[in-house]
Ligand binder design. Sequence first.
Ligand code: GDP
Length: 439
Amino acid sequence: MLENLSERLQGIFSGLRSKGRLTEDDINDAMREIRLALLEADVNFKVVKAFVKRTKERCLTADVLDSLTPAQNVIKIVLDELTELLGRTDSKLVLGSRIPNVIMLVGLQGSGKTTAAAKLAYRLMQESHAPLLVACDVYRPAAADQLQTLGDEIGARVYRGDGRDPVAIAREGVQDAIDSLRDVVIIDTAGRLHVDDDMMAEARAIRDAVRPDQILMVVDAMTGQDVVNVVEAFAAEVDFDGVIMSKMDGDARGGGALSIREVTGKPIKFISSGEKPDSLEEFHPDRMAKRILGMGDVVSLIESAVRVQQAEEEAVEAERMAKGNLTLDDFVTMNRQIRKMGGVSKLVSALPGGDKALGSGQVDEGALDAMEVIINSMTKEERARPEVLNGSRRARIAAGAGVTVTEVNQLIKKFNETKKMMRKMTAGIEQQAGKKGKR
Ligand code: GDP
């Protein structure tokens, strides 16, 4: 995808480099060629016009023409403008503090929604989230099965309901996430082959029923010129927060990806370039612009290698912790994660009956800091094997942390209770999953 454009642009640049000093005519010729290359890549003509105008104006200044390395300056300006076109700043997927957080996917049939739902779930699982996939496409018979298969493949729970009413399934899905302690719900909705009133009405009804924290539109990068119209229709009818651009690995021209932000103002959040669950990447305008101009994107490559390694390590750790083989270091990590997820009070109140359990008194999050100070005063061995903490060790730790021995004792008691609770919870969830799981 975009390789042809990339090659064309690089050809234009090497032509400029070979010239040494540049005249106004040289710049005009180069801009004409850039314009053609963009149009041939299916970039929206309005976008092309505005892009070339801006770039040309900047290139025709005395600073560029009279400089000793004019070609380098032109390339820098094109890179800048291309980054601007793609959105300039990264638009990360930021989960809100509501638990479960609800993400809804919309888009045309075949755009890659169902696969994107699984890819997103896979990505969130690598970031220590527990997503639930909800199958609301009740029209395409194989859609729910497809989501189930993908969910099984990555180990994510799938809710598919029994009914034929997508709004009810979405609502039940959110409840299922609460019951099964999932913190993110990803709703896969039905699409049609073309923009159509029923599809929009249904998407709006689901949206109004579950009030998603994020709506993402999945767009097939191979859609061509029409992509802008489709995105604009969804923006007007349902509205959404960002785009997942799928099939970036295809051999089509892919100019849609370059047009969306400028024409619709909607940011691209992810790009997908394959059918496998790990083929979803965060979209970084600057890196993409560099990739198009043949400047390489080493950063993304390194990041994906690191992610795979982390995921493998985390899976091993999670299994050990789920078995209740907790260490005090895990205890600190867990507490930090709880805080990242929006604090203890929010987490507890999101659980069934949690509001009651919490009562009027909020959980003291300051106590979490105090706990970390105590654990920091322990040796590596003590944190890994808390059973060695005898009286004299406890006294030493208390002195080191500036607390009383009673406080150290309380912490160890709490730790032991958590360990027990985790063993019970794991057993409970496994039992429940076995009972209600795959319908
Ligand atoms: P939906 O109808 O919007 O749910 O679309 P699907 O998720 O079923 O995707 C339609 C087809 O596109 C499936 O065969 C997917 O495997 C394929 N697909 C989705 N995303 C990508 C991608 O990024 N690259 C490639 N090559 N194929 C994709």
